[in-house]
Design a protein around this ligand. Structure first.
Ligand code: 5GP
Length: 217
């Protein structure tokens, strides 16, 4: 009987997008806590840190000039403007993890998801790893209710976010999975199910060694 351990499955790049207010950050934090094999890719932004946010843990906070320099150097896998600030995913941040077999969670907006999908079309490592999930509420009314419940946004900001959400929703069919938000716990469990099933996809799991003593070869 060949008892040598199987090689590790190929890594997953789990990309999660959602309209602002759908609860993506909380769900992603829950998944990360439950799945230690999954690491969040830290992304860059030009927006100032919010209270409690830390450099290198929540984001790499860059000045607009530094962000632009990195754009010109081609360091970003994707970058986009979201609500007046620039955001971008460093190519190296994602690749160095995938190259060592580490699963990566990427929490970016819908424009960024489209760019990563395009980049993956001619990058074998990204293509084999990429799994995209769109998380949304069951209706715009429910999203409006959640945004109002956050009490961090003015009524004008909420209206602007709902208008953007409407156009983001139209992009839902481009994603591999559509997760209609229920309770926080349900959302986390469903996202975890997607992740675990993707780890078992036959294209990711190395075939057991069926040759040799005790095998069928
Ligand atoms: P926030 O400023 O609230 O942390 O994030 C605003 C939005 O920007 C969220 O939808 C978040 O997922 C998205 N975001 C964060 N990092 C990136 C990134 O690197 N690229 C893109 N395209 N969006 C990002």
């Amino acid at each position: 009987m060949n008892s040598s351990p199987l090689c590790a499955p190929l890594p997953v790049l789990l990309l999660v997008s959602a309209p602002s207010g759908a609860g993506k950050t909380t769900v992603c934090q829950g998944l990360l806590a439950a799945q230690p094999a999954l690491a969040r890719a830290i992304t860059c932004t030009t927006r100032p840190p919010r209270a409690g946010e830390e450099e290198g843990r929540d984001y790499y906070f860059l000045s607009p000039a530094e962000f632009e320099r990195r754009v010109r150097q081609g360091e970003f896998l994707e970058h986009a403007e979201v609500y007046g600030y620039r955001y971008g995913t460093l190519r190296a941040e994602v690749r160095r993890r995938l190259e060592t077999g580490q699963d990566v969670l990427l929490n970016i907006d819908v424009q960024g998801a489209a760019s990563v999908r395009a980049a993956a079309s001619d990058d074998a490592l990204l293509r084999s790893a990429l799994v995209t999930v769109f998380l949304t509420t069951s209706s715009l009314e429910e999203l409006a209710r959640r945004l109002a419940g956050r009490a961090t946004d003015s009524p004008e900001t909420i209206q602007r976010r709902l208008a953007v959400a409407r156009s983001e929703l139209a992009k839902a069919p481009d994603f591999d999975y559509l997760l209609i938000s229920g309770t926080m716990e349900e959302d986390r469990r469903r996202l975890e199910t997607i992740y675990q099933a993707e780890k078992l996809r036959s294209s990711r799991v190395p075939l057991p060694d069926l040759a040799g003593p005790g095998g069928i070869g």
